[in-house]
Design a protein around this ligand. Structure first.
Ligand code: ADP
Ligand code: 5GP
Length: 208
């Protein structure tokens, strides 16, 4: 085993719906191809172009509840009248293998992961929290409307939640403002790259 072998890193990315998380993560994955993505479960319906097992595992409410009851989730939350959750088996074994695993989850989920890390040294040494913020709330509304993927009711729910989510910024280690896409994508790549150099994830004591 190499002197410098590492545990993986768990990167929690949050930000209001429509802020550009998927767009930025897509850019980062093109530059950092070994970045792994945890596929969440959700009870919402797929948007056009979304594929079961690629963007999400699209579950019925009964299937989702069954996974809650059997302890399958690392965290889960009710968001915009739907349920979303991160499967333990999407994350934990990959961290052991040294992979960088990215979670795109809301602030409720981020809080649960913070609490889990307080009780788990394995998680604590690996986890980092990144918030993506819009330059203004007006820009956020324009982007969400521009994406054209929500009903007016879902759009209002998402805009209403945005302020609360951003008010929790102190939960996060990093905040990236997605104004200019190229600059913001560059910042995300820099932050993710820096996690490859952490001392906290080294598996062995060095030079003993
Ligand atoms: P999220 O995953 O956070 O819900 P998306 O990545 O789907 O958000 O982005 C929402 C919309 O905003 C998309 O139509 C996307 O093309 C657009 N968008 C993302 N980043 C920017 C940016 N920096 N400038 C302008 N439009 C952007
Ligand atoms: P969307 O429906 O736009 O794909 O996602 C809506 C919100 O759900 C986003 O804020 C996204 O980060 C969050 N989300 C997606 N998957 C999960 C998950 O597994 N857990 C939690 N807590 N939030 C999630």
């Amino acid at each position: 085993m190499s002197q410098f072998e590492r545990y993986g890193t768990l990167i929690v990315i949050s930000g209001p719906s429509g802020v550009g998380k998927s767009t930025l993560v897509g850019r980062a994955r093109a530059v950092l191809p070994d970045l792994q993505f945890s596929i969440s479960c959700t009870t919402r319906s797929p948007r056009p172009g979304e594929v079961h097992g690629r963007e999400y595992y699209f579950l019925t409410p009964e299937e989702f509840e069954n996974k809650v009851q059997t302890g399958g989730f690392l965290e889960y939350a009710g968001i915009f009248n739907r349920r979303y959750g991160t499967l333990k088996n999407e994350v934990l074994s990959r961290l052991e293998k040294g992979e960088q695993v990215l979670l795109d989850i809301d602030v409720q989920g981020a809080k649960q992961i913070r609490t889990a890390a307080e009780n788990s040294p394995e998680l604590a040494r690996s986890v980092h929290f990144v918030l993506i913020a819009p330059p203004t709330l007006e820009t956020l509304e324009e982007r969400l409307r521009g994406r054209g993927s929500e009903t007016e009711e879902q759009l209002q729910l998402r805009l209403g939640a945005a302020k609360d989510e951003l008010a929790n910024y102190k939960l996060y280690d990093y905040i990236i403002v997605n104004d200019d896409l190229e600059r913001a994508a560059g910042e995300l790549v820099s932050v993710l790259s820096s996690f490859r150099c952490l001392t906290s994830t080294l598996k062995k004591e060095l030079f003993k």
